[in-house]
Design a protein. Structure first.
Length: 133
């Protein structure tokens, strides 16, 4: 009854082979679709970048007065006062604020941190040093 010359494969092997082929075809289709979609996204990204550059060019062309102000001595003086804390001779600096302040707010922060470290135990000091806690 069993013929040794019979080279027919079992039915489950055909099912596994067919489903593997279907999975491979599906994955190739998904890869092709993804690549095709990415090509169009690059094109839209380039178009958006070109539009953004053109808008920036128009904005810069409309702002020569801002460039002139940035090159003026008045602007330099303002930046020196705000960022560097400098003042002209004879000027007085007045700081206006809405918040309540204490004298400790005007002290350098190093003196306050040293006092805080003195109150900590050694493990707490290590945790603060290593993790910044």
């Amino acid at each position: 009854m069993n013929n040794p010359n019979n080279s027919s494969q079992p039915f489950y092997f055909k099912i596994v082979l067919g489903s593997a082929f279907a999975v491979i075809v599906f994955m190739l289709f998904a890869l092709a679709r993804s690549t095709y979609r990415d090509l169009f996204q690059v094109g839209s990204y380039i178009e958006a970048s070109v539009a953004s550059i053109e808008e920036q060019k128009e904005d810069l062309a409309a702002k020569p007065s801002e460039l002139a102000y940035a090159e003026s001595p008045r602007y330099r003086e303002k930046i020196a006062k705000e960022l560097l804390g400098r003042k002209l001779p004879g000027e007085e600096v007045i700081i206006l604020t809405d918040e309540t302040q204490t004298f400790a707010d005007f002290l350098p922060s190093q003196t306050q941190t040293k006092k805080n470290y003195e109150l900590l135990s050694p493990p707490q000091k290590w945790l603060r040093y290593v993790f910044g806690i």
